[in-house]
Design a protein around this ligand. Structure first.
Ligand code: SAM
Length: 247
């Protein structure tokens, strides 16, 4: 049941807030490309290229299946579109973003779909990598933990989860942070969505509690957010120099 603003009663906060934000962006810009890019944080090609380079470094050359959770308007899909070795499944809660991503990357062999729950519509142990870029930053701790469980389920043994986060201990991530009442107002007005900060220690704990082994942290600012990489034990982990090891 939707009301006159297209809101659905009882829907999760992330769907409600992203819908509101996209509608607010459209009121402020008639340029749909700009709306689609701003809805995921902008710097479309640059950010996608940085994310794609990390994937190539983590698992170079061999054929892989990547699941991009919160794929948005396709920053990563667009950057990876030329790689035949990659089978890609992108899921997002916003149909408009998914449709835009589909048309931008032009890979009819890739799966891009809208989801409305925290369950991934894929079988167990089907993926080599699950990517959450700028997604945990918009979810509550309980929701993040559900996605961590899902990542473990859908990854093959040795598969990697790559997750970015905003760290309350990182001055770059606290700069410009609005006090809670102003954040709430921005969310109600569709000017922003929920922003969550998670310390590295906390996210690492959730990942290890969820059955992952922490492999690496990237906190040099290259992603705008910090990134944690963890593996599902019981398989070969590819290293940057092309060798691999059993974990
Ligand atoms: C900041 S954007 C980042 C998009 C993309 N990962 C990227 O880096 O370009 C966050 C994305 O997460 C999506 N999102 C928010 N909550 C989600 C959820 N529970 N499940 C899947 N996607 C979600 C939003 O619709 C949005 O596209």
């Amino acid at each position: 049941m939707t009301d006159d603003k297209g809101m659905v009663a009882g829907e999760p906060h992330y769907i409600r807030e992203y819908r509101r934000m996209i509608s607010s962006l459209r009121k402020r810009s008639a340029n749909e490309e700009e709306v689609m890019e701003r809805a995921v944080g902008g710097a479309y090609e640059k950010t996608g290229a940085v994310q794609a380079a990390l994937i190539d470094e983590l698992i170079p050359e061999r054929p892989i299946h990547i699941i991009d959770v919160g794929c948005g308007s396709g920053r990563l899909a667009y950057a990876l579109r030329g790689q035949k070795r990659i089978a890609y499944s992108g899921f997002d809660i916003m149909a408009d973003l998914v449709e835009y991503a589909k048309s931008k990357c032009g890979r009819s062999d890739w799966r891009l779909e809208t989801i409305s729950t925290l369950q991934l519509p894929v079988p167990n142990a089907c993926a080599d990598m699950v990517v959450f870029m700028s997604v945990f930053t918009h979810l509550k701790p309980g929701e993040i933990k559900i996605y961590i469980k899902e990542a473990l389920r859908v990854l093959k043994p040795g598969g990697l989860v790559v997750a970015s986060y905003l760290d309350p201990n990182e001055p770059r991530h606290t700069k410009g942070w609005l006090p809670a009442p102003l954040q709430l107002l921005a969310r109600l007005l569709g000017r922003d969505v929920m922003l969550t900060r998670t310390s590295q220690k906390m996210l690492a704990e959730w990942l290890t509690d969820g059955g992952f082994v922490i492999e690496r942290a990237i906190d040099d600012g290259s992603f705008g957010q910090h990134v944690l990489i963890a593996s599902k034990s019981g398989g070969q982990i590819a290293t940057a120099d092309g060798s691999s090891y059993e974990n």
